[in-house]
Design a protein around this ligand. Structure first.
Ligand code: ZN
Length: 573
C-alpha cells in the first residue's frame, strides 16, 4: 500500500484492515460449531434427511464465503454473509420443529444452542482421545479425562502409567505404600514381587486419591479399610480392578488387584491336579462325605482360589453350601457366603449359628482357635462336610496346629477326612523353554529309572533371532508365563486317624502317603518338572527355606535364565 494513503487516514484504516477479516472469519466459527455440533447430529438422530441438510448447510456456507469475498464494500458484504449463515439454521429449525410436532422432542431454537457446553464437550473429547485408559464408575459411565491444562491431568497420567505397567507386565497385583514423600510401587507377576519406579512427592497422594474416588472409596479416609472396584477400558477391552486401601504406620497402603474375581475362579479340573490325585479327591471327598477336610496354602499362594474350586466341585442345586469368611471376595454360584463380623461376636459363635441351620457343606476360613474346632467337632455338626482353611501347605504343620487347637487329639482326629495343600510354581514359557537331559542326581529326584532317556526343560528367557540370542518376546525374558499349582491330596484312613489320636502326626502322614501313593506338595511340583510344565530351578526357588528365597532379587530367575543356553525351540506357528 502506498505510504501517501496511510498518511491521509493513518489509524482507522490500519485497524479496519485487521479487524474486518478477523470478524469475517469469526462469523464462520459458530456456524461450523452449531451445524456440525448440533444441527447435523439432530437431523441424523431424528432421521430428518441428514444428507440433504448437510448439503444445504455446505451450500449456504459457501455462498456466505463468496459474498464476503466478492461484495466489494465490507459493510454491505458482511450483513449478507451473516444472513446467509443464519438462514439455513433457522430454516432447519423450523422444518424440524414442524416435523417433530406432537412428539416428545423439545422444539429447537437458537436459545437452545449452548456454546459453552459445546466447547466443553469438544475439549473433553480431545482429552479422551489423548488418554489410553478410561475409568468407569459403577454404572459404567466414564469418569471425565482431565484437560491437559487441568492440574488433575498429572495424577490421571500417573495413574494411567501405573495401570499400564501392571497390564503390560501381566501383574495380578500392584501395591502402593504411600507416605508424605511419595509412594513405593510394587507389582506381583506370577507370585514374584517386582519393584517399579516410585511416584515422588504429593503427586503420589493425588494419584491415590484419584484412584480411590474412581473406585467409589472416600479419598479423605486414610485409616479405615475400604474396598471398591473400578472398570478400566483399553482399546475397547474392559478390565476390573479391585482397589483396597488401609492405613499403615507410615501413611497408607493401597492394593490394586487385576481381575480378582477371575483369579479366584479356577474350576477344580484346572487347578493343576495330576490324574491320580484328582482320582483320590473324587474317591475320598465325595458329595456325601461328612467330616473335615483341611485345606492349606501359605499367604499369596492361592488359598481362596483353592477353597472356592473345592466348593465348586459340589452341585449347589442339591447341596446346601455356606461359608464363614473374613471377607468374601467372590460369590460362588449357589453358595451362601457370610462375612465374619468381629464386632458382633467371636468366630466360633458365628460358626455355631451357621452349623445349627444344618448345612451340607461349610467353608470355614478362620477356624483355627479351640472354640471353633470344638464347634466343628460338636454332635450337631456331624452331618456337615467342613473345608477348613489353614495358612500352611505343610501337612505336618497343619495337622499339628489342628490337634493343638482342639486340645484333644482324639476328638480332633475323629472326623478328619483329608488334607489338600497347594503351592504355586511358575509355568515355563513355551516359546523359550530349552530341553535337556537331566543329570543322574536330577533323574533320581524325578524318580526316573536309571538308563531311561527323558527330556526336561529349563527356562531361558531368550530366543534366537537370525542366530542371535534375543529377549523372548512372549515372556519378556522372564522365562516363565503364568503359574500352576503343585497340590497334595492326602486322604486319612482309620489307621492314620488312630495314629493322629495318639499324637503321632509324622507317623500318620507317612502311613497315609504310603497307603494312597500320594505325592507331597514338593513331589507334585517335581512331577510338573518331569511333565515340562516348570523347571528344577523354579522348584528349588519355591521350596528353598524362606531366607534363601528372599535373598534373591525379585524378578530374576536363578543362573540358568541369564545365559541363552541351548538353542531355544522355535515358537510354534
Ligand atoms: Zn519366553
Amino acid at each position: 500500500m502506498a505510504p501517501t494513503i496511510l498518511a491521509e487516514t493513518p489509524v482507522p484504516l490500519f485497524l479496519m484492515s485487521v479487524a474486518k477479516p478477523l470478524v469475517t472469519i469469526a462469523a464462520f466459527v459458530p456456524y461450523a460449531a452449531v451445524v456440525s455440533g448440533k444441527l447435523e447430529k439432530d437431523a441424523a438422530y431424528y432421521n430428518l434427511k441428514p444428507q440433504k441438510w448437510a448439503a444445504i448447510f455446505l451450500a449456504f456456507g459457501t455462498a456466505a464465503l463468496l459474498a464476503s469475498l466478492l461484495i466489494p464494500t465490507w459493510f454491505a458484504g458482511f450483513p449478507v454473509m451473516v444472513a446467509l449463515l443464519v438462514a439455513p439454521c433457522a430454516w432447519y429449525m423450523s422444518f424440524r420443529n414442524k416435523a417433530l410436532a406432537g412428539t416428545k422432542a423439545k422444539p429447537l431454537s437458537f436459545l437452545n444452542v449452548d456454546f459453552a457446553k459445546m466447547s466443553a464437550e469438544r475439549r473433553a473429547k480431545a482429552a479422551r482421545a489423548g488418554a489410553t485408559l478410561r475409568f468407569q464408575a459403577k454404572d459404567r459411565s466414564e469418569h471425565a479425562v482431565p484437560d491437559r491444562k487441568d492440574p488433575a491431568y498429572e495424577a490421571y497420567s500417573a495413574l494411567e502409567q501405573l495401570v499400564l505397567a501392571a497390564f503390560d507386565g501381566r501383574a495380578t497385583r500392584a501395591e502402593l505404600a504411600l507416605t508424605k514423600q511419595g509412594a513405593q510401587v510394587q507389582l506381583t507377576v506370577d507370585t514374584m514381587k517386582v519393584r517399579r519406579d516410585p511416584i515422588a512427592g504429593d503427586l503420589a497422594t493425588r494419584t491415590v486419591d484419584m484412584l480411590k474416588s474412581f473406585a467409589g472409596l472416600d479419598p479423605a479416609d486414610r485409616r479405615k479399610m475400604q474396598r471398591g472396584t473400578v472398570g478400566v477400558l483399553r482399546d475397547g477391552e474392559r478390565t476390573v480392578l479391585t482397589v483396597t486401601s488401609v492405613g499403615s504406620m507410615q501413611g497408607e497402603t493401597v492394593r490394586i488387584d487385576v481381575e480378582r474375581e477371575k483369579q479366584l475362579t479356577i474350576p477344580a479340573a484346572k487347578l493343576g491336579l495330576a490324574e491320580p490325585q484328582a482320582k483320590l479327591l473324587d474317591e475320598h471327598v465325595r458329595p456325601e462325605t461328612r467330616g473335615v477336610v483341611l485345606v492349606g496354602a501359605r499367604p499369596g499362594q492361592g488359598l481362596t482360589t483353592l477353597c472356592y474350586a473345592l466348593l465348586g466341585r459340589h452341585d449347589s442345586l442339591i447341596t446346601n453350601i455356606k461359608t464363614l469368611e473374613r471377607r468374601h471376595e467372590r460369590t460362588v454360584e449357589g453358595v451362601e457366603h457370610a462375612d465374619f463380623d468381629s464386632a458382633k461376636s467371636d468366630y466360633a459363635t458365628q460358626l455355631q449359628t451357621i452349623v445349627r441351620r444344618g448345612p451340607d457343606i461349610v467353608l470355614a476360613t478362620e477356624a483355627t482357635d479351640a472354640a471353633s474346632v470344638k464347634v466343628i467337632g460338636s454332635p450337631n455338626a456331624k452331618d456337615t462336610l467342613f473345608y477348613v482353611a489353614m495358612p500352611s501347605d505343610s501337612v505336618v504343620d497343619v495337622l499339628a496346629a489342628w490337634l493343638k487347637a482342639s486340645g484333644d487329639p482324639k476328638v480332633a482326629s475323629e472326623r478328619l477326612r483329608a488334607f489338600v495343600g497347594q503351592r504355586l510354581v511358575r509355568r515355563l514359557c513355551q516359546t523359550c523353554r530349552a530341553a535337556y537331559a537331566p543329570s543322574p542326581a536330577e533323574a533320581k529326584m524325578l524318580a526316573i529309572p536309571a538308563g531311561k532317556q527323558v527330556q526336561i526343560y529349563k527356562q531361558t528367557g531368550k530366543v534366537l533371532i537370525k542366530d542371535q540370542p534375543a529377549d523372548c518376546p512372549s515372556c519378556r525374558a522372564a522365562g516363565f508365563m503364568g503359574v500352576t499349582a503343585a497340590i497334595e491330596v492326602l486322604p486319612f484312613d482309620d489307621q492314620a486317624r488312630s495314629l493322629l489320636a495318639a499324637g503321632d502326626v509324622k507317623g500318620a502322614v507317612m502311613h497315609a502317603r504310603r497307603t494312597f501313593k500320594s505325592p507331597s506338595v514338593q513331589d507334585a511340583a517335581l512331577l510338573k518338572v518331569r511333565a515340562g510344565e516348570t523347571s528344577f530351578d523354579e522348584v528349588k526357588r519355591v521350596f528353598a527355606p524362606p531366607a534363601a528365597a528372599a535373598a534373591r532379587p525379585a524378578g530374576t530367575a536363578p543362573a540358568a535364565a541369564a545365559k541363552p543356553a541351548a538353542p531355544a525351540p522355535k515358537p510354534k506357528a
